[in-house]
Ligand binder design. Structure first.
Ligand SMILES: [Zn+2]
Ligand SMILES: [Zn+2]
Length: 297
């Protein structure tokens, strides 16, 4: 016997069960109900169009104007600091050379005076001559250094520390809004017998479906599958280092090559019961029922 229509004061018998709100409705009220739900889409469409319009009218140049000005200001100040630094080094270099020239000049003046005195005294010894010779040699070296620009310059390239300017969200590659999940864009119907774990390698999604290990692409379309004739799958994970999926049952660890779809049993474990796994770049972690965190690889 059919149920009465769920709408108050409606005497008609229901014709259908609305799956979205689980109400039994007569034909008229089902149509009304349907129209009402569909009508609610219109404000959403308007709202989405408004958002789309706002998005398309965003003037990126205008938004970035002030930030670009700050960066340009930073660049001008940095250039100025480099200019000041180089000017300072040049000044120091000139000072050094002038000091060397002055030093050599002093030496020459001193030597001239000594030689004049010795000529005047006419009392020159071998030691005097040796000392004068050593002084001349030293002055010659100083002059040669200046003449041939033998200046030790030890220049290191200027390394720019990229942390000098931090962009607020530089490391946020994708802007996910986790506060509201979008409605599902595709649904894969799985039977209660399907093993629960699911994992991905950013290219394909791996799950158990109808006695098969199946790969789906990012649009959740089936790509390929192989029969699964083993025990209940407790967990699965992807190793980017090995480019393989790990699959664990209670007592076995398998690896799956997504390209060839070959499955290999790595290890049988009779002493522990495996229940969860995950991978880092260098390790494969497995949780076992004795509740110990075991690093196997
Ligand atoms: Zn409904
Ligand atoms: Zn009704």
């Amino acid at each position: 016997m059919s149920q009465p229509c769920a709408i108050e004061n409606c005497k008609r018998a229901s014709r259908a069960l609305c799956h979205c709100c689980h109400q039994n409705l007569c034909r008229d009220h089902l149509n009304q109900h349907d129209d009402m739900l569909n009508a609610k889409l219109i404000p959403f469409t308007d709202e989405i169009n408004q958002l789309d319009d706002r998005l398309r009218h965003i003037d990126v140049k205008y938004i970035l104007e002030h930030t670009h000005e700050q960066l340009d200001q930073w660049r001008r100040e940095s250039y100025r600091k480099i200019d000041e630094y180089i000017d300072d080094r040049k000044r120091k270099l000139t000072e050094n050379i002038n000091f060397q020239i002055h030093n050599a000049s002093d030496g020459i003046t001193r030597l001239k005076a000594i030689i004049s005195q010795l000529i005047e005294k006419q009392d020159t010894t071998v030691d005097d001559l040796n000392a004068i010779s050593r002084n001349i040699q030293s002055i010659r070296q100083e002059i040669t250094q200046v003449e041939y620009k033998m200046i030790d310059l030890n220049i290191s390239p200027l390394e720019i520390d990229h942390r000098l300017i931090r962009l607020g969200e530089e490391y946020v590659k994708h802007d996910f809004n986790l506060s509201t999940l979008m409605p599902p864009f595709h649904i894969i119907n799985r039977s209660p017998e399907s093993h629960k774990p699911v994992t991905t390698n950013n290219k394909v999604l791996l799950m158990h479906l109808q006695n098969q290990l199946c790969l789906f692409n990012q649009e959740l379309q089936f790509i390929k599958g192989i029969p699964w004739n083993y025990a209940w799958i407790w967990d699965m994970c992807w190793s980017s280092t090995l480019s393989r999926f790990f699959i664990i049952t209670r007592n076995e660890i398998f690896i799956l090559d997504e390209n060839t779809m070959t499955l290999e049993c790595l290890q049988k474990e009779d002493n522990y019961s495996l229940c969860a796994c995950t991978c880092s770049d260098i390790s494969f972690y497995v949780i076992v029922v004795i509740k110990t965190f075991v690093e196997i690889i």
